[in-house]
Design a protein around this ligand. Structure first.
Ligand code: ACM
Length: 528
């Protein structure tokens, strides 16, 4: 399989008739066999669609100016973020100037090019030679992605020379997400911003926030204030919990947006709702509020499907969350509703989806929605495993045949809270262990039987936090696996190859260290 993929990459390069490296190692004369031998272009993660190394490189100096397309506030913003990222590594001032013009050359240029439509929303071209480096893109998001490639071309150590060559790049999938569960354990906006910065380097473009669950409600809702005030003041293990104000949430959405990352807020329902049920007795069929919950069991809570008040609650919450969220989707969970009878689940999800529609947003939900009736345009998020029953997989494939799109998050591949191996602390192991190789060595485009790549919107790596409580634990569990998932989302299928990837990942070790990320030094990877 690996060799077939490698052959595919070579044929693709030949067909494009450009000089072309791909992500493989260990083939051809002088091919690299150790991470230290990889060229700057071979080290880029996610692997770009095409690279062509060669010619003299560009040395960043105290005189280097980052020039961005004149008149574009967004290009300038990308330039400022690039400068801020490169200054600590290089010690250079790297002034930013919004004065680039077509035809100008030299220094660093971030250029919006109306003629570069072929690169799409997120693609870009990067060219480096002795005079300078130019990143051009059709859209600001492409400029930002290209700027991340440029960051990776500046060595983590030694002289700040961008090796000569070029990159032409576009993503394979439009959706490349990471999720954080701030409900089981509370995380602050500042902590999530740090993760956003880490993810942005690897071209992740969706931040899915799991905002509510049995153990805590984390976002202020004006029309139902006790949700956050009371329902937010708990978490797994009995800690104080917490919640975000609307202004804090807006600030995070803005921060992510400046990094061209779309926020998908999740309000899980009808199960995973004990924090809401504890906050408002009227949401319970019994009329009695349960105690707050700080354990890690699932499947015991349900909104009261038969009460109209429930749907007022759903509509109020979704309306307020939608008003705070510029992104396209509202995620309504729908998973593990084990204490909601199936007919009630189906009727509830129909009304919840309609409530999403009323806000002008699109529905996203975990793949159990396939067992009810997904509305047209709904996105299902697959979180099954290799061992999930064929009938459940077929249910999802059937929903896809009717038009649903899929984001793939296999729990036994992309769940970042799962232990790497028996020795990992912390982490869960219900779907087995997920070593770094397993998290990488699969293909989102062909993962589910009966689901063609054209129906796959992309891939996501969720980080559940039943047993993850601190930023250090987040670092350890997410890195390096989330980098692999980011590559599965971005790089061409032909470039995906574990033997090559592990060398490229090894070369990320010093980068992660410089960024202060306490990653897991997996023995699968020959870390530099
Ligand atoms: C899930 O892991 N319950 C989506």
């Amino acid at each position: 399989m690996r060799y077939l993929r490698a052959l595919g990459a070579l044929l693709a390069c030949a067909a494009l008739s450009v000089s072309c490296t791909d992500a493989r190692a260990g083939s051809g004369a002088g091919a690299p066999g150790a991470p230290a031998e990889l060229s700057a272009y071979e080290r880029i993660v996610p692997a770009p669609a095409r690279t062509a190394p060669g010619g003299p490189g560009y040395r960043l100096t105290a005189a280097t100016v980052i020039r961005t397309t004149a008149g574009s506030r967004e290009a300038r913003g990308v330039g400022e973020l690039l400068a801020a990222a490169l200054r600590p590594a290089t010690g250079l001032p790297l002034r930013v100037s919004g004065t680039d013009a077509a035809g100008a050359a030299g220094g660093v240029r971030l250029r919006l090019d109306p003629a570069a439509g072929a690169y799409g929303e997120e693609g870009y071209r990067l060219q480096a030679d002795g005079e300078g480096v130019t990143v051009s893109a059709y859209r600001p998001a492409g400029l930002f992605r290209g700027a991340q490639t440029l960051r990776q071309l500046v060595p983590a150590e030694g002289a700040p020379v961008v090796a000569g060559g070029s990159v032409s790049d576009t993503p394979r999938f439009a959706y490349r997400g990471a999720m954080v569960d701030i409900a089981r354990h509370f995380f602050t906006v500042a902590q999530v911003k740090r993760y956003v910065d880490q993810l942005a380097l690897y071209k992740v473009n969706v931040l899915h926030l799991h905002l509510t669950d049995d153990q805590g409600w984390r976002l202020a809702v004006d029309s139902w204030p006790r949700l956050a005030e009371y329902g937010g003041a708990s978490e797994v293990g009995g800690g104080p919990g917490g919640h975000w104000t609307k202004e804090e949430y807006r600030d995070l959405v803005r921060y992510a947006g400046e990094r061209y990352m779309e926020v998908v807020p999740e309000i899980d329902m009808p199960g995973h709702t004990n924090a809401a049920l504890a906050s408002y007795a009227e949401l319970n069929c019994s009329g009695v509020a349960p105690a707050r919950y700080t354990g890690i069991k699932v499947g015991f809570s349900s909104l009261c499907v038969g009460k109209e008040r429930t749907y007022e609650f759903v509509a109020d919450v979704l309306r307020e969350v939608a008003a705070l969220t510029p992104g396209r989707w509202l995620h309504i969970g729908g998973d593990e509703a084990h204490s909601t009878p199936h007919d009630q689940y189906a009727s509830f999800m129909a009304r919840a989806q309609a409530a999403v529609g009323d806000t002008g947003k699109k529905v996203m939900a975990w793949h159990q929605l396939a067992g009810a009736e997904p509305v047209p345009g709904a996105v299902l998020q697959w979180w099954g495993t290799d061992k999930t029953k064929a009938a459940e997989k077929e249910q999802v494939a059937a929903a896809v045949r009717k038009g649903a799109k899929l984001v793939v998050s296999p729990a036994d591949r992309s769940y970042l809270d799962i232990k790497y191996d028996a020795a990992t602390k912390p982490g869960l192991s219900w779907p087995g262990y997920v070593p770094v190789e397993r998290a990488y060595d699969w293909d989102p485009g062909t993962h589910l039987p009966g689901v063609p790549e054209s129906a796959v919107l992309g891939v996501e790596a969720p980080l559940w936090t039943e047993v993850i409580a601190t930023p250090a634990e987040l670092d350890l569990m997410a890195f390096p696996r989330v980098i692999g998932v980011a590559e599965l989302g971005w790089s061409p299928a032909a470039a995906l190859d574990w033997d090559a990837y592990r060398l490229r990942l090894a070369a990320q070790g010093p980068v992660l260290t410089k960024l202060g990320i306490g990653f897991y030094r997996s023995p699968d990877v020959p870390w530099l």
